[in-house]
Design a binder for this molecule. Sequence first.
Ligand code: ZN
Length: 408
Amino acid sequence: MFAPLPDDLLKSLLQPNETKIVLLVLDGLGGLPLGPAGPTELEYAYTPNMDALAADGVLGLHIPIAPGIAPGSGPAHLALFGYDPLKYRIGRGALAAAGVGLDLQPGDVVARGNFATLDPQGNIIDRRAGRIPTEEAAPLVERLARIRLPGVEVTVRPVKEYRFVLRLRGQGLSHRLKDTDPQRVGVPPFPVEPAEDTPEARRTADLLNQWVQEARRVLANHPMANGVLLRGFATDPQLPRFGERYGLRPAAVAEYPMYRGVARLVGMDVLDLEGTTPEALFRTVQKHWASYDFFFVHYKPTDSRGEDGDFFGKARAIEAVDRALPLLKDLRPDVLVITGDHSTPAKWRSHSWHPVPLLLWAPASCRTDDQYRFGENACLHGGLGIFPAVHLMPLMLAHAGRLKKFGA
Ligand code: ZN
């Protein structure tokens, strides 16, 4: 295994080109067979279009973080984008904020919030307030947004259903704070407490505790959402800009806030969608084809069906992407990669560490292997071998004719 390339080395090798790259991420693509010697979800799925690309392209497996480490989608995407996920850490709050288009500046403090149901004694009955729908949560978020704190600017934005994002902006704040969500019911929420002994952390905790108290007051008459939980305190991760790092004009085509968020945090343009089916995602790429030369396309249902434990549903989600794939191929990208950010085997209903299948199709530059079906086992025997995800960007750039040789 190779260490990630130093940022300055990669930058010194960049050369301009007109080529276009598409990175299609089927979230949680990797899977496991239901029984010994059976197919995985990807192997079970009928994917004639991906198989044709596999025959003309080259296969491999990537390891998102390190062997044996099951990643969250945030660090797994950073690795796909070529950022060492152990060096660049994004707090959950920062991802959530970016996902709803709330900008972050150095020194800001952001947190993910949940509406929760509390009993008259203040103990938690439901950590998600009965999963109240987005429409019902919106006016409650407006009430929260009116709460003022001394000396700082407070912003609250709705996310989906019972979730919101809270941002504090001002001097002398710290995000080094502990979650207030005890992760169980029958007990009261924790107060906000500093995770480090600094005046900034103590002051921020005090301010947030005032905010939580006021939130309970303005929510008191709601039958379900009468309390709040805060977690994932974070600040601006100050990630290097993807466009400058790789000499590309990057765009993201993603439905879910978290993926829109991580794309925004690395400075990609996040496009308005034509819809959320695979066809609609690819139509969005088509519409903006001339304006960008790198497209990150994110498809979530593969991961969702995996988390549901729905092996056949996950296979169908893969097939839906396959049916729409000619739309992408007809755009004639110079490099098209189809992979996942991590594995989500339906059998496990969770993310796993298993290496992730990867298909690289670059008609002008890839060294074809003898694999002709896209699946985990074929990928194991593919020409790219097994490699750390953080090397995917240099590989795509090289196949796109965008890297010079190293040394004389
Ligand atoms: Zn994921």
